[in-house]
Design a protein around this ligand. Structure first.
Ligand code: VGL
Ligand code: ZN
Length: 253
């Protein structure tokens, strides 16, 4: 959006008959002339902001993702362009299968065999109702329409906002989006190689037009970031910058 600063005409700024209150009002009204961009985002578009919670975003969080704090202002700014925004929260009960402490094992390196396959183990994070599970305080998206929680079943982890790690249990998000006519989905948040990646991959598999906003995500590890990019390419998940989002063609079906 182009903004142009205008100065007040001399007949107003120099005129003692114009009260300071009146002058301020005129300044407010004329300070910025907005040249509106072409409307690109439509009622079929939604921004999904994944797991921007204290434990992931804060540098002192228990599962802090490097650089997470740095993407907050960009997410806030981009969200203002979207009519429809959905936030997710990782939301684990005590004793959750994904926590190393549940098994007396080490986070990051140890794994357990779950009925649905290998489950990576993490430090205690996003425990239901704990401060670390709260949405990051500087995240400012008051018009978000849904906060979806996931990973709340003790025996199943859920990286994806759509389908839990057993690849069967649904969160209901796909049905919600379909019922509301939200067909083109843009993903940002944490972590690129886990919850953002799995959510975008599931979205593409479910038939949504799926875009990942790379500059508004941060990842955990190089190998899993590369694996995520490969699957994105295979499934036609498009990678885009936040600037490019605003210049896309409007969604048409
Ligand atoms: C996540 C690891 C464990 C994520 C959640 O939000 O990417 N990663 N739980
Ligand atoms: Zn988790």
């Amino acid at each position: 959006m182009k903004k142009q600063k205008l100065s007040l005409p001399a007949r107003i700024s120099a005129n003692p008959a114009v009260s300071s209150q009146h002058r301020r009002t005129i300044e407010c009204m004329s300070a910025e002339v907005h040249t509106l961009p072409p409307v690109t985002l439509t009622d079929h578009d939604a921004l999904l902001v994944i797991d921007m919670q204290d434990d992931f975003v804060s540098p002192t969080g228990s599962l802090s993702v490097p650089g997470g704090e740095g993407i907050v202002p960009g997410i806030n700014a981009l969200a203002a362009h979207f009519t429809h925004v959905i936030l997710t929260q990782d939301w684990h009960p005590a004793g959750h299968i994904s926590l190393a402490s549940t098994h007396g094992l080490k986070p990051f390196t140890d794994t357990v065999q779950a009925p649905y396959g290998i489950q990576h183990l993490w430090p205690d994070h996003c425990l239901q109702g704990s401060p670390g599970a709260e949405l990051y305080s500087a995240l400012s998206i008051p018009h978000a329409e849904l906060i979806l929680r996931k990973g709340f079943r003790r025996d199943i982890d859920s990286y994806s906002a759509f389908t839990e790690n057993d690849r069967t249990t649904t969160t209901g998000l796909a049905a919600y989006l379909q019922a509301r006519g939200l067909h083109r989905l843009f993903f940002c948040g944490l972590a690129y190689d886990y919850c953002v990646g799995f959510s975008a991959i599931a979205a593409a598999q479910l038939g949504f037009d799926t875009w990942v906003i790379e500059d508004l995500c941060r990842g955990i590890a190089t190998a899993s970031i590369e694996a995520t990019n490969k699957t994105f390419a295979d499934l036609n998940v498009r990678r885009i910058s936040s600037e490019e989002v605003l210049a896309l063609e409007p969604y048409a079906r």
